[in-house]
Structure formats: structure tokens, C-alpha cells
Ligand binder design. Structure first.
Ligand code: LLP
Length: 428
């Protein structure tokens, strides 16, 4: 639940704002973010790491949820920003986010995106392959600069999560593989490449991870790799970026670790393994996305159609679906819904919240408890702050929802709803 959620007279309030009234004013589907919750998590992450490990930074993985306002908040809270290409970088630049705090990711950044990033003066480019190394080196040379880079390593850690969002295992399109010692051998090329400086190493083992020992294992592999680079190449790696991936609770049966526990395990692991290998402590970075924003966001819908299939299920159709939340169709993601105008009542029915799109797989919530639904009810789906808005589409000509931030009884639109005109504005 967003931290400020409460029930008053059967209505759900978030940030002191009545979700039922907000839905009526702004229309649905609507993304709503609890700003105090969002900022609170940014602060919690920063403080959890800084208090345990002085030379650390938190990089917000903007792919989870991106608009100008969240970049401004990240800026104000002293976070760095992970962008996965030119489009996300453009958002950061549009609000004057300091380029030196931008980290550029992606397994196939185009030469144009690399040039945009290098000429913007981004802090670090996370190099994903040998081919990309040559591109970065060439472009930096042409622009007359030296670019700080990280090497992304595939540490071969199997994180226990959905296979589509597992990235650190050996069969992965991301990073330099450690198979046949490839990554280690490539350090020769990295150190020899002109106009780049190897500032650090990066790994990201996956997303929605509950088992903290996976992060410890990844830290171990990475620190051992740093030690080998020192011993074999006489080169000291100064920065270590362990990626994101901390899981969150989408439903009451999920038991995720806290930000503090994640920080404790990560910082201790880096300290322990550096101690074992007699390495000076590197600057430590993490790149949370989901665990910063998912629980701060909810989606509001209006119930439009009800259908009961005897002996099968009850369909509650809402005015959105896979266009604003592809995660259910794609990963069988689970969410908990509540009827915002009946929030104080018990959830007595098992329903499927389906969308309005022309596909049977179009559902937001499958077989979950809900209050007795009636036409016109406002449904609030929790935990939709990460990877919903950024993965939204215009399928079936659906305009993408507005984004509203709520705080202290005030609501402000930070991204307006898409219009029909927007939909076809690019057509010739
Ligand atoms: N760093 C890198 C390099 C990443 O690729 C990602 C996420 C993160 C950090 C942030 O990970 P997080 O803390 O959010 O787990 N669309 C999927 C999730 C894909 C994650 C992609 N990379 C979903 O909706 O579950």
C-alpha cells in the first residue's frame, strides 16, 4: 500500500485525496502517485546506503517510471539516473538533470544514442560488448573527450524470478560473458581503447528478486573479478555498480526484503569480499527501479461491464487494461484491487478485472478478492507504479492515462492524458 493510504467514510484516500473524487475529476484510467511515499523511498535508499557505506550512490532506474517530475524529484533527492537510451536521456536533459549523474545503459545503444550521450557529457556509459567499446572509443575520440565507462559483466548468478526479467544468468543477451573467461580477456581491449577510461564494473542480475543471497553472490563474483583485474592487469577498479532488482510486495503473500536489509547485505558483501582480497573499497552504486516506485503508484479505473459465467468466473470490465498494464498478460503479474468507493467493506467476491481490449489475455487482475462490484464503481489497483506507465501502449487506439501526484490533500497533474489528436499527430 502507498504509505498514506487510508479509508474515510468508505472512500479510499491517498495523500489526503479522495480517490473517488479524483477519478471523477480526472477521468479514468488514471495513474496516481503518492508523492510522499515516492520521495520517502528515495530518501530511504540514499540514507540506507550512505549510513552504511560512505562512498555510495543510488541510481534511479528511470525505465520503471519516467516523466519530468520524477526526474526533478530524483535530482532534488541527490540521486543519479539510469537511462536506457536516447529517449530517456532526452527527458533528463529537458529538465536540466546534471549530465555527470547520468548512467547510460542498453545492450544495443545506437551510434546516434552513444553520440548524444557522450556529447551531453554523461557521467558513465555502461559498455555492454566489445563492438560497443569500439564505438564509444571512436565517438569519444571524434568529439575530443575521454569517456568514463563501466564494463557490464554477466556474473552467472541465477536469480529466482520470472525468466523474462532474469538477466544475470549465463544465457543472457546482456553484458560480457564470463564463459571461457571472455570478460577477463576483454579487459585488455578496454584498457587499450583510446578515449575511454575504465572507471568501474557493472552487473544486474534481474528484477523482482526476493532472495538477498543472490545479491551477495553477485557481489562476490564482481569483487573476485576486480581482484583478478588488479592481479593480472595491475589495474584498480574504482567503482562497482551492482544494479537493481529488489523485489516488492504486489500482494499480501509476498514477503519482500526491506531497503535496509538490501543495503545491509550489499554493503556487507562488498566490504567482506574486498577485505578477503585486500582490495580498497570501491565507490558502490545500486540501481533500483521497481522498489522505489512500484508501491507509490496505483491505477484507478471505472467499472463499465459486469458478466458472470456460471461456474467459471465473474468478469469486471474496466476502462483500461493491457494498454496501461501489460504486466499481467506478459508475466502473469498479480495485484490487489479494491473498490475505492467501498474501501471499508470486506472483499467477499473473487473476480477477474478484465480490460477493454480486443484480446482474451487482456486482464489486470485474475481471480482476486474484491468488494461486491457495481457499474460505475471506481477500482483502485495497488502496486502499479513501476513498469506500467513506461510500458503502456496505444493498443486499440487507447490514449495513455494521465499521471497525477497527490500529497497533503492536493492533486497535481504531472503528465496530462493523451488525446485522440496526440494519437495520430505523427501521421503524414
Ligand atoms: N539496472 C538495469 C541495468 C536494469 O536493466 C534494470 C531493470 C534495473 C536496473 C532496475 O531493476 P529493478 O530495481 O526495477 O528491478 N518490465 C519488467 C521489469 C524489467 C526490468 C528491466 N531492467 C516488469 O515489469 O517486471
Amino acid at each position: 500500500l502507498p504509505c498514506t493510504a487510508e479509508v474515510r467514510d468508505d472512500h479510499l484516500f491517498i495523500g489526503g485525496v479522495d480517490m473517488v473524487e479524483l477519478a471523477r475529476e480526472q477521468g479514468t484510467a488514471l495513474y496516481v502517485f503518492d508523492e510522499a511515499d515516492l520521495v520517502g523511498r528515495m530518501e530511504a535508499y540514499r540514507d540506507a546506503f550512505r549510513s552504511r557505506y560512505e562512498n555510495s550512490d543510488v541510481i534511479y532506474a528511470s525505465k520503471a517510471f519516467l516523466n519530468k517530475e520524477v526526474v526533478r524529484l530524483a535530482e532534488r533527492e541527490g540521486l543519479c539516473l539510469d537511462v536506457s537510451g536516447g529517449g530517456e536521456l532526452a527527458c533528463a536533459q529537458s529538465v536540466g538533470f546534471p549530465a555527470e549523474r547520468v548512467f547510460v545503459h542498453g545492450n544495443n545503444k545506437t551510434p546516434q544514442e552513444l553520440e548524444e550521450a557522450i556529447s551531453a557529457g554523461v557521467g558513465r556509459i555502461i559498455v555492454d560488448s566489445r563492438i560497443e567499446l569500439a564505438r564509444v572509443s571512436e565517438i569519444a575520440g571524434r568529439l575530443g573527450v575521454t569517456q568514463d565507462i563501466y564494463m557490464r559483466i554477466t556474473p552467472g548468478v541465477e536469480a529466482d524470478t520470472h525468466e523474462y526479467i532474469r538477466t544475470g544468468c549465463e544465457d543472457s543477451k546482456f553484458g560480457f560473458t564470463m564463459l571461457e573467461d571472455f570478460a577477463y580477456k576483454c579487459v585488455t581491449d578496454v584498457l587499450a581503447a583510446p578515449n575511454v577510461r575504465l572507471a568501474g564494473l557493472h552487473c544486474h542480475i534481474g528484477s523482482q528478486i526476493f532472495a538477498l543471497h543472490s545479491f551477495r553472490e553477485a557481489a562476490q563474483v564482481m569483487v573476485e573479478f576486480m581482484a583478478r583485474i588488479r592481479d593480472g592487469y595491475g589495474y584498480l577498479i574504482e567503482e562497482l555498480d551492482l544494479g537493481g532488482g529488489l523485489g516488492i510486495a504486489y500482494t499480501a503473500d509476498h514477503e519482500p526484503s526491506s531497503i535496509d536489509d538490501f543495503a545491509e547485505v550489499t554493503c556487507a558483501a562488498v566490504r567482506d569480499f574486498c577485505g578477503e582480497h585486500d582490495l580498497p573499497l570501491p565507490r558502490l552504486l545500486v540501481e533500483p527501479g521497481r522498489s522505489l516506485v512500484a508501491n507509490a503508484g496505483v491505477t484507478l479505473y471505472t467499472v463499465g461491464i459486469l458478466k458472470t459465467l456460471p461456474g467459471i468466473r465473474k468478469y469486471v470490465a474496466v476502462d483500461g487494461g493491457m494498454s496501461d498494464n501489460i504486466r499481467t498478460a506478459l508475466y502473469h503479474a498479480e495485484y490487489e484491487p479494491v473498490i475505492a468507493n467501498k474501501a471499508g467493506q470486506p472483499r467477499t467476491e473473487i473476480v477477474t478485472l478484465c480490460g477493454k481490449h480486443c484480446e482474451s489475455g487482456d486482464a489486470v487482475v485474475i481471480d482476486m478478492p474484491l468488494q461486491h462490484p457495481d457499474l460505475g464503481d471506481i477500482v483502485c489497483v495497488f502496486g502499479t507504479g513501476a513498469y506500467n506507465m513506461t510500458m503502456a501502449s496505444n493498443y486499440n487506439g487507447q490514449p495513455r492515462p494521465a499521471v497525477v501526484f497527490v500529497r497533503d490533500g492536493q492533486a497535481r497533474v504531472v503528465t496530462r492524458r493523451e488525446t485522440y489528436n496526440d494519437l495520430y499527430a505523427r501521421d503524414i
